[in-house]
Ligand binder design. Structure first.
Ligand code: FES
Length: 197
């Protein structure tokens, strides 16, 4: 009886041992599969493949940025400083022409002796004044400086008269204005500051 019991427990132990081995083998195989899957993820082929795609993406991104940047060139568009303003006879005596204010920031003024051009920039802080024909004066909308028709300041914080621009006659008889040459108050008697006609 005791012998039978002993044999049975030996059989049980063998079964347990076999089961343990089988479980270990399954576990080993599972780990092996996981390891090879992980190795596949970072295999040499995959690594170089990913590297090439990454490089391609970087180069494409840089090219795209360059293309977008080239659509906005760093060029400052400035109107030319010289323009022709038509014939003296096109203007009535006493007229303040605003024809060239938007493009060239200049008023062309005709008086009984000739023409002068005023650069439309307030001498306080640089705003563009308005011509008020009914009040016969220029008025700055920013801080209220006022200027007579000849550009001399008489009210508000403006410290001095507005500048004049060079004005001459071109060979074809038209008035030629050069905004690039300006005359401050005190130099208005210089040739170019006034066009006698
Ligand atoms: S900028 Fe013209 S009054 Fe100040």
């Amino acid at each position: 009886m005791a012998k039978e019991k002993k044999e049975q427990s030996a059989d049980d132990l063998a079964i347990v041992e076999a089961r343990r081995r089988a479980e270990q083998a399954i576990e080993r195989a599972k780990r092996e599969r996981e390891r090879s899957a992980l190795g596949g993820l970072w295999s040499r082929r995959d690594f170089f493949g990913r590297l090439s795609w990454g490089g391609f993406a970087v180069v494409s991104g840089i090219s795209l940025l360059a293309a977008v940047r080239s659509a906005f060139p760093r060029v400052l568009f400035k109107p030319p400083s010289t323009f022709k303003a038509g014939l003296p006879g096109d203007y009535a005596i006493g007229e303040v022409s605003e024809k060239f204010k938007t493009e060239f920031r200049v008023w062309l003024v005709r008086d009984a002796q000739g023409f002068y051009g005023i650069f439309a920039k307030c001498t306080h802080l640089g705003c563009t004044p308005l011509w008020l024909a009914t009040e016969n004066k220029f008025k700055c909308p920013c801080h209220g400086s006022g200027y007579y028709k000849d550009g001399v300041n008489f009210e508000g914080p403006a410290p001095r008269p507005m500048d004049r621009v060079r004005i001459t006659l071109a060979e074809d008889g038209q008035i030629l204005v050069d905004v690039g040459v300006q005359y401050k108050f005190g130099t208005w008697d210089k040739p170019g500051a006034f066009l006698r006609v």
